[in-house]
Unconditional design. Sequence first.
Length: 414
Amino acid sequence: MADCYIIDAARTPRGIGKAGKGALSHFHSGRLLAKVFEGIQGRNGLRTEDIDDIVIGCSTQVGNQGSDVGRMAALDAGWSTKASGVTLDRFCGSGITSANIAAANIMAGMDDLCIAGGVEMMSYTAQLSGADRNGNRTVDGGNLHLRDQHPQPHQGICADMIATLDGFTREDVDALAVESQRRAQIAIENGHFDKSVIPVINDDGSVALDREEFPRPGTTMESLAELKTVFDQFMDVPIDHSGETFDQLVKRKYPDMKINHVHHAGNSSGVVDGAAAIVMASKEYADSVGWQPRARVKCIATAGGDPTLMLNEPVPAAKKVLARAGMTTEDIDLFEVNEAFSVVAAKFIRDLELDPGKVNVNGGAMALGHPIGATGSILIGTMLDELERRDLNTGLVTMCTGGGMAPAIIIERV
């Protein structure tokens, strides 16, 4: 099997995902991704006519994010028309999956140069009706036959269900959220993200955004305690044309469960806009253009599990990719697991018996935000930068996704 090298990773800062309020919200999704493409091309002397494929993750592929936004963004960036592109959807895991597919093609010897990445303009998608997005507010898209087999509630309700089943309290999940904010603040103040972040410049030359817009430094247990839980408010709301409520949906599989609702805006991932790109190449191609690779893809994997609880698969995915690589958690220097909700990271740390000091060391999505299709690629870049900054070797990145899945990747510095 051939080696797949990571040459570079770049991303936008994450902007608040509210139309008219976030610093990036006026961008078309393809234009924002094109800004990252322009930046990563310029700093690597990228010969775009040599690109075999561009693999981009995007979860809500309608309207501004439809029509293969990855290919359209490459054309928008002025890249060669020879550089083909495809856009994929594995919900929140799209950004890791884009890198995994690009890596697999290179490792199989089918491609020599690929661009992975992702984009999500949540300020745009938040304006879409449920019908515009997927037919309603559930992952199943209104497929009642599928719902009879696998009831799939809102992800936030799933987070509260997992917290209930696994015994995580409001204090447990709030404490992790406070720590995420503290770590993010330290990372921002000390420039830990500077290597990957490309300032977003408006077409008139003014700066749209050159820093993370979402974090709330100074968050405390006391300030979080004042926030009301969110997802209990959804339970009695009709989901769609069927008239079924989320409470009824949960009771299909867990008829006796009394959910302890513990998640709220402060311990859930932030709604933001963002885009990211990763340059990946074979050794032969990197050598031919004189690139010095920053890392090698050690192993990739994807795990699937219970669609009803939906968010539990990062642990099985981590175990699967470690077993496939012939490694254990002791062989991993740093971990990144997306903080979709606080309980996801809390369970990951507890079930794998990890040192919390090795997980999400620069904070996570509770502090920085989660631009759905882009987050996985952002985390790979964050991992690479931090391994270099600390002079460490190996990192594992994973995240939960809708439908009960999780992609994972292990990278190691060259």
